[in-house]
Structure formats: C-alpha cells, structure tokens
Design a protein around this ligand. Structure first.
Ligand SMILES: *Cc1c(COP(=O)(O)O)cnc(C)c1O
Length: 465
C-alpha cells in the first residue's frame, strides 16, 4: 500500500496539466491548488481504505477525468440556480419568490447605475429611501402610512419594540407560533423587551379573554397568523375587526402579524378564505405587517402598514437603521407593487401569483409537455407517466391545504432506485429537486417554466451516465 502513494502525481504537475487543458482558466491559483490538494487527499484515503489497490488506478488517464470533474464542481459558485420540481411555490429553502420581469430589470439597473436612492430630484437635496414605495403601498392597501424593513421577522421585532417595550402585549395562546429557523413569537417578544401576556386556550380564544387581561401595564393587543399549522375542530379566533374595536375602547393599539399577507384574493382555487391585507386594514387594525417575498411575490422585505402615528413612531426607532432595506430590494419591491395597481396584471406578471392561480387544465397540458420532453430525451431508459396530484403554496400561506395539479412520474429502468435518482439529481447541472410519492419520482410542472423542461431532461440523463 505504502508504495502506491509514490505514484500520486505532484500538485504542480497536475496544475500544469489542468491549465494546459483549459480546465482551470480564470480560477484563482489558491482555489485551484486547494481543489487539487482536496482531490489528492481523497486519493490517499482511497489507498488507505483499499479502494485504490493498483498502480494503474493512479495513471493520468484514470485520474484526470475524475480530477477534472472534482475541480469543475469545486469551481462552481456555492450559491446557484436549481430547478424546483416540488410544486411548492413559495419554497423558503429554494429562495421563495421569483421576481417578475420588470422587477428583475429594476434590480439590474439599481445595481449597475447610480440612483436617487436618498436624493430628492425636486430639490436636489437629501431625500428618503422610503419615499419611493410608501405612497404605492398605501394606495394598494388603503393604509394611511407604510414602512419597509429587511424582512417580516424584523418588522415584528421593531413593531413590538416601538409599541410595547417594557410593557405587556396580549396574544392568544393559539397564536404563539414558531415560524422555523428559531423564530418564535414568545422569543421575539422577549428580545423586543415586551412582556408576553397569553390569553385563551390553544383552540379557543374569546374577545372577553383579551378584555379580562387588560390592565395598566398593557401596551398592545396582538394577533399572529398561524402560518404553518391549522387548528381544526372546536376552535374560535377573534377577528382583527373585533380586536380593533376593543383596542379603541381601551385606547390601545392593535397589531396584526399577517405572515404571508396576500394582496391577491385567491378565492376560487379551493383554498380556505383568508383576508387580504386590504381587508385587514379596512377592519381598522392599527398596524399590520407581512412579508415581501411570500405570496406577494416580491423581494425579501417586511412591509409595515397602518395608522400614521404608529408608523411614524416605528420610523423614528433607532432599530430602523439596523433593519433597513437595500437599494436592490427597493427597486424590486417598487416594480412588483406597481404590478398590483391592477390585480389582473399582478396575476399575469407576478410569477408567484401566476403559479398559485394556474388552472388544473393548464397544469395538465404542462405535465404532458414535460412528459414528452423527458420521453424524447430519455427514450427507452425511463418510464414516464402523468397523474393527478397536489401542490402546496408554501411559505406559511394556506397551511395544510392542497392545490390540484398534475405530476410527471419518472421511473428509471437500469437499476437506479427512486431514492438514488432523487439524491443523484442534487448534484446534476443544474440540480433538480423533486419528491417521491407512491414509489415514483415526481415533478410538478407548477413550479417549472417551459424553458426548464429540457434542463430537467438533461439532468435526469446525467444520472444515467
Ligand atoms: C413568515 C412569517 C414571519 C417571518 O417573515 P420573514 O419575511 O420570513 O422574515 C413572521 N411571522 C409570521 C406569522 C410568518 O408567517
């Protein structure tokens, strides 16, 4: 075994050959050296582990194809595109919303050129970065004032810090949610310096539960969207409107964290009725916050709307600077919101909204088209089918509720199990993410564009090679 080590090529000779073959053109020398060292370490482990047992396994002809793959894989950016075949539209792990074309253009321009980010073109003096979207948000939601921060998590934090620090905020026990990534309402409350006063039972909270808990320490009545779970059966929740009325009676602000916060009326898709942001604002809730990149379909942002006096107070909070949005977000958000000035335009142009509202008839046609592309590319090596299935909205919107779809099923013939296929597709170019259902690997066309069908086919054929 020990004499095998001496047949390993030197780092420099390998680097020279890679350079000659154009594999590492443009790569920084330190990175290519690290990659080669990493590969040679793998070879050493394989010698020790008895995987490499003969000199000829270390010959350039055997080593170089592997090495080239290793270096090419390592040279790719770590953060990159994937194909979302899961059918989960707002998939937080896969980047949530895709931006509309006009938003992409706005971002590109905002990055490549100087802009009036904080410059007033009327006076030639300093302006406010928030001025670009506040009016637009108010127009769409019907609110008096608005503010945009880094994400909805920071919107919750800054709102609680501004309105309830050192005092009590009353929340229903059934709404003390954990969103994921350790964002829990009770913990955020603690961080904000507000004291949580939980009322009601897990399944039922009445208006008198809030009213009975009000005391001289109470600063805020809060409602939270139970984004990622559903309580069914014997349940009762107090509406934003009822809470707003109670707040007025006791001169207390009412804040609703809507989570996803839809601007679109999604009725007619078989989903449960959820009030839109506009409806919650119309119920006279004082402050409402929601995400920019969940079902709204814009960039990551937290949008806070409500009564001017409260929004002004939040704007003045020093934390605001710590959670402010950048110019790319601002550009994308303004462009996305402009599409909402006409709800039909939003349904057509905002990818997230379009994917959620896609009709089962169209999805069936898309599934058939995807199946055709896969059959053409994979020929005899796979069994491709189409069957009915369900997609999810994701992103904490419409939890546990199904959207009807059509799935393309893929079964490979040559001894590749569905699990191996699913795992293998994580390292294709680009990676393809799907799911296994009833022993078949499934792709949902809801979250794939037509241009991506060919890429799906190529990814699967890479597994066969
Ligand atoms: C998603 C969500 C948040 C966090 O929003 P981000 O935009 O992910 O920061 C907060 N509250 C609720 C109820 C949510 O659903």
């Amino acid at each position: 075994m020990s004499n095998l080590f001496k047949y390993l090529p030197s780092v420099d000779s390998v680097l020279t050959r890679l350079e000659d073959e154009g594999v590492i053109g443009g790569l920084p020398r330190t990175l290519s050296r690290d990659l080669v060292n990493g590969f040679l370490d793998v070879c050493r482990e394989e010698i020790k582990g008895g995987v490499i047992t003969e000199e000829k396994q270390l010959s350039p002809d055997v080593l170089f194809p592997r090495l080239t793959c290793h270096v090419r894989a390592g040279a790719k950016p770590h953060f990159r595109r994937v194909l979302n075949g899961t059918g989960v539209v707002v998939h937080t792990n896969l980047g949530r919303s895709l931006l509309a074309e006009s938003a992409v253009k706005a971002v590109t321009e905002a990055c490549a050129c100087y802009s009036n980010l904080e410059f007033d073109l009327k006076t030639g003096e300093r302006g406010s970065r928030y001025s670009h979207v506040e009016k637009l948000i108010c127009e769409i939601t019907g609110a008096e004032a608005a503010l945009v921060v880094n994400n909805n998590a920071s919107a919750v934090l800054i709102t609680l810090e501004t309105l309830a620090k050192g005092r009590e905020a009353i929340v229903s026990r059934g709404q003390l949610v954990e969103i994921g990534g350790s964002f829990r309402i009770p913990d955020v409350m603690t961080k904000s310096g507000a004291f949580l006063c939980e009322v009601g039972a897990t399944n039922r909270t009445h208006l008198h539960d809030y009213e009975n808990a009000i005391n001289e320490e109470t600063a805020l009545l809060m409602k939270v969207h139970t984004s990622n779970f559903r309580v069914i059966g014997f349940t009762k929740e107090v509406s934003g409107g009822e809470l707003a009325e109670l707040g007025r009676k006791h001169d207390l602000p009412v804040y609703e964290d809507l989570g996803s916060g839809n601007l679109t009326n999604f009725s007619g898709l078989g989903l449960m009725r959820e009030p839109t942001v506009q409806e919650v604002v119309a119920e006279d809730v004082d402050v409402v916050s929601f995400s920019g990149d969940k079902v709204l379909g814009g960039p990551q942002a937290g949008i806070i709307v409500g009564k001017k006096k409260y929004i002004d107070a939040i704007k003045k909070n020093p934390l605001n600077r710590a959670v402010r949005i950048d110019k790319m977000t601002l550009a994308a958000l303004e462009a996305t919101l402009r599409l909402y000035l006409d709800p039909e335009t939003a349904k057509r142009e905002v990818p997230t909204v379009r994917m959620i509202t896609e009709s089962p008839e169209n999805l069936k046609k898309q599934a058939q088209a995807l199946a055709r592309t896969l059959r053409r590319e994979l020929d005899e090596s796979a069994d491709i089918g189409v069957r009915e299935g369900v997609s999810r909205v994701g992103g904490g919107a419409f939890p546990e509720q199904d959207l009807k779809t059509f799935l393309v099923t893929v079964l490979l013939k040559f001894k590749v199990t569905v699990e191996e296929l699913k795992e293998g597709l994580l390292s294709t170019e680009p990676p393809l993410i799907g799911r296994i259902e009833e022993d078949a690997f499934c792709l949902d066309p809801r979250t794939l564009s037509r241009e991506e069908y060919k890429l799906c086919a190529e990814a699967i054929s890479q597994i066969l090679k």
